[in-house]
Design a protein around this ligand. Structure first.
Ligand SMILES: NC(=O)c1ccc[n+]([C@@H]2O[C@H](COP(=O)([O-])OP(=O)(O)OC[C@H]3O[C@@H](n4cnc5c(N)ncnc54)[C@H](O)[C@@H]3O)[C@@H](O)[C@H]2O)c1
Length: 359
């Protein structure tokens, strides 16, 4: 299996490690900033570099698959180009800027007959995979309700960078942190959404004390027009419901990344609590089931080895194994479309101050 990476962004190392771990070969890299691609690739034995996906595909006739790690605005055109040229595609999150783009991408994947899988890496964390097994084995029963939180207190990435520019990023905290919303719906069986009611806030977007400890440098004079936090409620046609909180900057004791759910037989939680915002090495991971056994209320603590990559390497392995028919893909274009419809619904509800029907 021969793979080419597009975009030498922060996730490239995880994509590379996962592809290699699964037995694939990373043969080439494309980036509009060739120097950045070379700096990444040369230490890993990649020898061929291109300034665009188009040139990489033309120069590498043996390529089976490509991965896309560019700013969000470029996901749709690059994904569709690669699919139309017969390549399997692995694309960073968020899938697209909005649901209508995602619908076009899903259509292109269907026409091409190739895999389109997104790096919704939190599904591939060991605790998420442990929890989905309990759910699928019937321990939890139907999940009535869930709460999906990615709450950062001080996590605005690079003021004025592409992350804070809606035209390039598509949105702020909600679109950038779709992982817990996705994970909750994964646990719930990805039901069809019915209605969404949401509010969006823009506080602290001009306050440097709320900058995250990682990532992009600030860009002087750059655009900052995305939200810092959202709160929403989603109901599903199945009768299930989901509360969502996402923030880059919001008053809270600490960063919390979690999905909690209430099933008809058991409840559960996958949680990452941070001692210090944004610093992975200060995180505490927990995977818990809440049950009643023989008249006693019991908590089952599932012991999981810490995955420093938060599932990112496992997710890239899954892409290769899905192509080879060795594993079911961890996510599908159909699910990505539902995810984007819910995200669009939250933004639309906040704007209209009305509940929004999802169709
Ligand atoms: N899964 C995760 O945990 C996670 C974490 C961080 C970022 N991301 C996602 O990764 C993507 C990239 O984010 P980043 O922080 O690495 O951004 P970045 O700006 O650091 O890197 C993007 C790279 O893409 C290149 N590029 C831009 N347009 C291109 C094009 N049309 N063709 C080829 N190369 C192009 C840029 O030159 C740059 O080197 C985003 O979609 C982001 O949401 C995911």
């Amino acid at each position: 299996m021969k793979v080419g990476i597009v975009g030498a962004g922060g996730m490239a190392g995880y994509h590379y490690d996962g592809f290699v771990r699964a037995g694939a070969e990373v043969v080439a890299m494309a980036d509009t900033d060739l120097k950045r691609a070379e700096a990444f690739g040369k230490s890993r034995g990649i020898t061929r570099f291109y300034p665009s996906l188009t040139e990489m595909i033309a120069g590498e006739p043996g390529l089976d698959a490509v991965s896309i790690i560019t700013p969000n605005k470029f996901h749709k055109p690059l994904v569709i180009e690669a699919l139309n040229k017969g390549k399997h595609v692995y694309c960073e999150k968020p899938p697209a800027l909005n649901a209508s783009e995602m619908a076009e991408m899903a259509e292109a994947a269907k026409k091409s007959g190739k895999h389109l899988i997104f790096d919704l890496n939190n599904r591939a964390r060991p605790e998420s995979q442990a929890m989905i097994r309990f759910i699928r084995e019937g321990i939890v029963g139907k999940i009535n309700s869930a709460q999906a939180y990615w709450i950062r207190r001080t996590g605005i990435p690079g003021f004025g960078s592409w992350f804070t520019n809606k035209a390039v990023s598509g949105g702020g905290a909600l679109l950038d942190l779709p992982h817990m919303l996705d994970l909750a719906m994964y646990f719930m069986g990805y039901p069809e959404p019915d209605q969404v009611l949401g509010s969006v806030f823009y506080d602290f977007m001009d306050n440097r004390y709320y900058k995250g400890p990682w990532g992009m440098p600030d860009v002087a004079g750059g655009v900052t027009d995305v939200e810092s936090s959202i709160h929403a409620m989603v109901t599903f046609k199945t009768g299930q419901c989901l509360m969502v909180r996402s923030s880059w900057a919001e008053m809270n004791e600490r960063e919390i990344v979690s999905v909690t759910f209430q099933g008809q037989k058991a409840g559960g939680m996958v949680e990452r609590l941070f001692e210090r915002d944004g610093l992975d090495d200060t995180s505490i991971d927990r995977c818990l089931l809440f049950r009643e056994e023989f008249g006693h209320q019991t908590d089952l603590k599932v012991k999981i080895e810490k995955d420093e990559s938060m599932g990112r390497i496992n997710m890239a392995v899954n892409f290769i194994e899905a192509i080879e028919g060795k594993a079911a893909p961890y996510n599908t274009p159909h699910e990505a479309l539902i995810l984007m419809k819910v995200i669009d619904g939250i933004y639309a509800s906040a704007e209209t101050k009305q509940a929004v029907k999802i169709t």
